[in-house]
Design a protein around this ligand. Sequence first.
Ligand code: NAD
Length: 465
Amino acid sequence: MSEFDICVLGGGPGGYAAALYAASAGLKVAIVEKDTFGGTCLNRGCIPAKGLLQAAEVYRNVQHADGFGFRLPKGETTVDWPAVNKRKSGVVNQLVKGLEGLIKKRKIEMVRGFGTMNADGKIVVDDRVIDAEHVIIVSGSVPKWFPGMEPGPRVITSDQATNSTWETLPKSIAVIGGGVIGVEFASVFVDLGVDTTLLEYLPNPVLPIGADQEVAAHVAKSLKKRGLKAIGGAKVGRLTDNGSSVTVPYEVKGKEQTLEVEQVLVAVGRRPLSEDQGFAEAGVQLDDRGFIEVDTATMRTTRDKVYAVGDVVNTPGLAHVAYAEAIVAVRHILGEDPVPVDYGKVPWIVYAHPEIAWSGMTEEQAKEAGIDYEVRKHPWPGNGRSMIVGETEGMIKILARPNDGPIIGFHLCGPWASELMNGGYYAVNWEATPSEVAHLIHAHPSLSEIIGETMITFSGRSLHG
Ligand code: NAD
């Protein structure tokens, strides 16, 4: 008999989800973490980034308070950046403390230190070999950069941007990469008055991959209106730190240009953290990009009794996907028959302003797959609550198979898209048809009415839309 049923390597979302879920099912669990429990998401990712976005929203609302009838002294609202960070860190610390408390309460053994895998497939921390029947590797990912973009005092990644020690905000910043991280931070900086330039390699500078491009265009339009300079097709060269500024050379359509900024944020993707931990040597196969290869039906690796979930696996790099994968792995260990994650239908949310969220196929994907579909879309201004809230930018777009067939794609940009999209997520995953959703009542006045009313329009009839 082993001392533990499972040893989880990594205390981020995938790791703590695996540990908590397994312990709740009666398994004996150890969890190894080299840094702070909560991983990237809690400490340098999702949570602090959303904390900063929330601060930017408050600032934006204060700037527009006169539209609601409040007279504030013009130009006298200033950003106290250390205070903004203090509030954000308060939320993070409270969540980390709560998580550690929960881990202890479930009687999961917390092992602090750097874990590696030995030839027997066991996890070793310092001199201790953790005697567990199964291992779940959840070692996560780290920001990547290209040669010439190495982090330094004036060149940062999301790791530093979420925990910056700046006394004041920089006057100017170049964000390299218009993906999820780049766009969320560009939104924060532009709203807080930083002169922000977004440089993206692909032609479309704002969310060129993943999102439906017609819907993503609303995010781009809004950011540009608020002052973002968004440059697509930009080949960024080697950065030069001049001490008080950074020179950013870039080429667009063969024309070389330079930009002089106080700071650079590199957001060109993340890479799996799978090296120097003995995985390959123990028979856990990695692909050529360093992702651990798994059978996604069970999350098993190529080594018996070793599983891997989260960012170290080549599936969408999202905390909630890691949670779901952790449950699949634990249920398989329990001898159950887990339902695998349907990766094409997971919820995606970009918390920029305006928010954009989706599940299922984009119109580009439907076209590429050559399938028949019908599409319905509506702008926000017909929705009373969005006018009350004062946020009418964005749109809804729904794709369904013809003749009241299943809904295959749900895309929303606008107020509280992050929360509203769950209805669309259920519809896509339950393969509901527009008439089935249209028959359900969406309360009035609510933002969610945009969903119900758009579903009605698939029938050729409509209320307001
Ligand atoms: P990403 O892959 O989403 O976007 C990177 C972007 O950088 C791409 O558009 C790419 O074309 C561009 N790029 C790459 N090299 C470049 C270069 N040399 N010059 C200019 N542009 C270049 O990566 P990310 O935004 O860094 O995010 C990393 C991961 O974190 C993703 O898996 C993402 O899902 C996850 N994440 C998710 C959320 C969320 O769900 N809200 C938030 C943050 C991060």
